[in-house]
Design a protein around this ligand. Structure first.
Ligand code: CMP
Length: 138
């Protein structure tokens, strides 16, 4: 089933010069770009994106990080794209993430973990609508 998913190459990916390397992995898997933009987001936008996390103890530091500099927001499209991207990304915690995954290869942190991806069809719809409202639903 063809799906779309929202992906963020977080500020650590951009500042470390890993955006192209990470994007190449998604493209090599066969996922197609449906949207891509360099953006810096403010705290209010972070609160909307991470609505389910705003009350978590780690959220203030996460918000400071995600608003700290430019990130790349993109929408990827392909067969079971949500699962494909999450599998390429690896576990949230870079230290626990398997080698061969993006986080497993390049991150040693559970906050500075380089990428975000939608975790379900519902969150993909919500997040794509938030970041790229002009794109519409598939
Ligand atoms: P992401 O996939 O963007 O979804 C929520 C983010 O919160 C996650 O990636 C991490 O960057 C961050 N996160 C999750 N758990 C923790 C934690 N225990 N400590 C710090 N940051 C976390």
């Amino acid at each position: 089933m063809t799906e779309r998913t929202l992906v963020l190459l977080k500020p650590d990916a951009v500042s470390r010069g890993l955006a192209g390397t990470i994007l190449a992995r998604y493209e090599a898997k066969g996922l197609a770009l449906a949207a891509l933009e360099l953006r810096t987001v403010d705290e209010a936008f972070s609160d909307r994106h991470y609505a389910e996390h705003v009350d978590r103890p780690f959220y203030p530091a996460l918000r400071e990080f995600i608003t700290s500099g430019p990130l790349v927001a993109l929408v990827l499209e392909g067969e079971r794209a949500i699962e494909a991207v999450r599998s390429l990304n690896g576990a949230t915690d870079g230290i626990a993430a398997a080698p061969g995954t993006i986080r497993g290869d390049f991150s040693a942190s559970n906050r500075l973990n380089l990428v975000h991806a939608s975790d379900s069809a519902e969150s993909a719809n919500r997040e794509i609508d938030l970041w790229f409202p002009e794109l519409g639903q598939v």
